[in-house]
Design a binder for this molecule. Sequence first.
Ligand SMILES: NC(=O)c1ccc[n+]([C@@H]2O[C@H](COP(=O)([O-])OP(=O)(O)OC[C@H]3O[C@@H](n4cnc5c(N)ncnc54)[C@H](O)[C@@H]3O)[C@@H](O)[C@H]2O)c1
Length: 410
Amino acid sequence: MNASYPPHEIRVVLFESIHARATQLLGKEGYTLTTHAGMPSGKELIELAQGAHIVGIRSKTQLDAEFFAAAPDLGTVGCFCIGTNQVDLKAASDRGVVVFNAPFANTRSVAELTMAEIIALHRGLVQRSMALHQGRWTKSAKGCHEVRGRTLGIVGYGRIGSQASVLAEALGMRVVFHDIVDCLAHGNAARLPSLDEVLSASDVVTLHVPATPETKNLIGRRELGLMKPGSFLINNARGDVVDLVALREALDSQHLAGAAIDVFPSEPASNDTSFEVPLAGCANVILTPHVGGSTAEAQENIAVEVCTKLAKFMNNGSTTTSVNFPEVELPQLHPKHHRILHYHHNVPGVLSRMHRIISDLGVNISAEFLQSNPRHSYVIMDVEATHGGTFLEQLREIPETIRARMLWCP
Ligand SMILES: NC(=O)c1ccc[n+]([C@@H]2O[C@H](COP(=O)([O-])OP(=O)(O)OC[C@H]3O[C@@H](n4cnc5c(N)ncnc54)[C@H](O)[C@@H]3O)[C@@H](O)[C@H]2O)c1
């Protein structure tokens, strides 16, 4: 992708049956779209994506270094999902391809599932429902509680944790939380100085931390031992965060009164694979197949979030929230201006060479933006359109250039 295109010349190829809202939104931009239901690989993938300026995938299509090497026109990839492990991000960066995902789109869905589980655990809903399905009437108030006035402990107060905090307070719960970074407490939520204090203060603990070396088995035998007798544990974060053997012991000994687990250390690749559930048969344990973020609303939000970022990059050059590129949020281009988007290896002297080329042509620079990471720099110059844009070829001749393109506002 080397120049500014009229919208219909921007070719988009979407794989993996991406939500219809995506085709609607990208179509509205005037781009030319091709969609594929499947998740091709190897040569087939390369052929289907040939000539595409934008490629959209979900979590299954693997984009490796070979793919990027064979896609010289590709400018940006949209991962219509949360994770980006399926993309070789280094290869994408080395080729100047900007990768976006949708980290916020299913936040609310996970927070809502967490609320459902908090109430369901406090009322033994799942086991009562299962009993009745089997023809057993188990009417009793024993062990059942309102959640109003109970204490929710949130571990990881990021996007999902803080949404859960707001919803839980609306249900009348007290909220305490622990996070390793300083974050603003919502409503009356109280930050406690340590994980241990959250564990011992809470009637129900919900985990919303990322998978990192520090969070592997964050909740093990010692931590479960610190939880109140009769309390509940919810893990809708990542499977490795809880030691399931220790959790089973805590449930079998009735130290914990129940748990809800949506994520597992290893999960089946598809719905057709059978799965030996680690906590199968435990009383008052809700097991769900990693569906925390799986709602129609989240799928649509993903389409909106990713399409907005793709179109903004194509039409204005902004890379905000990209997972592999220096992030720049750009203003609208002024009329009668060119915008030069230059991505290059981060070595000294490139910027001054760019300035020399522009100034030798007597072109006035109206605005300049620069963002770098240790390996690459993204420089954007808005210049008055007095020279017909002939400088682009000269800028491309700078040896450190990886990509250069130009936008034009008449
Ligand atoms: N079940 C699902 O379907 C589903 C869907 C979406 C996200 N998730 C998972 O939910 C988790 C949270 O997602 P998010 O979008 O809120 O992430 P986020 O990055 O917004 O928030 C995570 C928070 O955890 C904190 N944290 C990191 N390490 C910590 C530690 N050791 N102790 C305490 N706090 C720590 C961070 O500082 C951050 O505030 C992630 O693991 C994500 O993968 C699951």
